[in-house]
Ligand binder design. Structure first.
Ligand code: COA
Length: 148
């Protein structure tokens, strides 16, 4: 596999089945219906970059970033998801996806890009550091579902 075999493009609604497999690999199994609805919404959201990597028309990775706002960081980009299918890892695809997300961030007029990565993903931490990211903190997240 060479770099020129890999195409990075915007995700389309027809990528739902492939993204579901990749979400499984990432450790987030999803119902197809839920993923498809979210994909269709986010694919056209101007504050979201949703990219897929493909080789010979087969999706082998995807990445997502979105804009976030806070008093401390102002407006910045956050990488929400990044995964390359196991058999294609180590060939520079993750690096290309992140480079595209950085370009998207700059086109949004933003100068900071962040990513949260679970503590057990040690290989990903090394990967991010190799791409120029600096570790800034470790934190816990809490969630509550609000019923109507
Ligand atoms: C993290 C991930 C997206 C990287 O994608 P990839 O296509 O394998 O990475 P690349 O081939 O572009 O690697 C670029 C550089 O990162 C580093 N790197 C990548 N994987 C690494 C690993 N497992 N261990 C150490 N360094 C690694 C290398 O320095 C590599 O540079 P090289 O070209 O000199 O080898 C991919 O391994 C993956 O999908 N992992 C599982 C899901 C995951 O953890 N996602 C992150 C969620 S926060």
């Amino acid at each position: 596999m060479t770099h020129s075999d890999v195409i990075i493009r915007a995700a389309a609604p027809t990528d739902g089945a492939a993204l579901r497999l990749l979400m499984d690999e990432l450790g987030y199994p999803m119902e197809h219906k839920v993923l498809q609805a979210n994909l269709e919404q986010l694919a056209t959201d101007p504050e979201c970059a949703l990219l897929v990597a493909e080789i010979s028309e087969q999706v082998c990775g995807f990445a997502m970033a979105y804009t976030s706002k806070s008093l401390t960081a102002g407006k910045s980009a956050i990488i929400g998801h990044l995964v390359v299918t196991e058999s294609k890892r180590g060939a520079g695809i993750g690096r290309r996806l992140v480079a595209e997300l950085k370009d998207w961030t700059k086109r949004q007029g933003l100068t900071t890009i962040r990513v949260g990565s679970q503590t057990y993903r040690e290989a990903a931490h090394k990967f991010y550091e190799d791409q120029g990211f600096n570790k800034i903190k470790t934190q816990l997240w809490f969630q509550q579902t609000l019923n109507e």
